[in-house]
Design a binder for this molecule. Sequence first.
Ligand code: FES
Ligand code: FES
Length: 151
Amino acid sequence: MIKLNVNDVEHSLDIEPDMPLLWALREETALRGTKFGCGLGLCGACTVHIDGAPVRSCSYPVSAAVGKQIKTIESIGTADAPHAVQQAWIEHQVPQCGYCQSGMQMAAVALLNSNPQPTDEDIDAAMTNLCRCGTYDRIRAAIKSAAKEKV
Ligand code: FES
Ligand code: FES
């Protein structure tokens, strides 16, 4: 049995220790806001937070997440009370197809939590997720707006 704390809820899951965390989240806890993209740790569509740090859950075994705080996009704001990053995403109309965007937002939230006033260089260094629709300019603008909100 693997015990995982996801969004402050304890789960006891009958899964193999080497199962990728993304599989456990989507198939065992039914939290499907975290997306499968490449499955190779490259695109970032599967980004979640582990103890506050952004992690690519497709390449992260559940055994490594035991005893840690896992946060998914479902823990970041609500439709009625969006997180500052999500509000900025709306204002800048960031998404195109939207597939990469939950991972992008998780990466942006982690960046602003660790660096509330990032420079362009900081944003480029932290935001290594891929967007096949090319929304990068709007993402950068939205992160700057969210940073202003947090001042
Ligand atoms: S699906 Fe995890 S990095 Fe692409
Ligand atoms: S908005 Fe389509 S992949 Fe990023």
